[in-house]
Design a protein around this ligand. Structure first.
Ligand code: FEO
Length: 173
């Protein structure tokens, strides 16, 4: 039986993951509209990954006899002035998500819920990657500036990103 405080924190996180998915879907649609098909692809995969994150939490809740309660998803921005602005917003958002994951870990620690602490390890590692990737793209885009060929190559690079099922859903962890 899942501790009630932990259950509450995970339900809030499920909502945050779906909000993240909606944010990245909005970014994907924005850049598709602006002719950046590679960046649109990257954010579309990000959209899928965030839904996966929510699913991992929902599966975990069900496995611990917790009750998933889905809450309304708040609206998201629909315009970004440049790819750099979108990746800056992504980086800021992922830092907030990291803080939320750390917050659940703190609740699980206070409640001596070792299974939840163990489950969160995957997310803690994932957040390091999420922040590192966004920061790397910010660095690249700052170097590119307004260079059209640079932006073309950046878009081309992001077109190569392919979706892979995260380990907890692929039955590897
Ligand atoms: Fe679900 Fe981007 O962290």
């Amino acid at each position: 039986m899942l501790n009630k405080e932990v259950e509450k924190a995970i339900n809030a996180q499920i909502n945050a993951e779906f909000w993240s998915a909606y944010l990245y879907l909005s970014m994907s649609m924005h850049f598709a509209n602006k002719g950046y098909s590679g960046i649109a692809n990257w954010f579309m995969i990000q959209f899928k990954e965030e839904q996966d994150h929510a699913t991992i939490f929902m599966n975990y809740m069900n496995s611990r006899d917790g009750k998933v309660v889905l809450q309304p998803i708040e609206g998201v921005d629909t315009e970004w002035e440049s790819p750099l602005a979108a990746f800056k917003a992504t980086y800021e958002h992922e830092q907030k998500v990291t803080a939320l994951i750390n917050g659940i870990y703190a609740v699980a620690t206070a409640e001596q819920d070792y299974a939840t602490q163990n489950m969160l390890q995957w997310f803690i590692k994932e957040q390091v990657e999420e922040e590192d990737t966004a920061r790397g793209y910010i660095d690249a885009l700052e170097k590119i500036g307004d260079n059209g060929y640079g932006l073309y190559m950046f878009d081309k690079e992001l077109a190569s990103r392919a979706y892979t099922t995260p380990a907890p859903l692929a039955g590897k962890e």
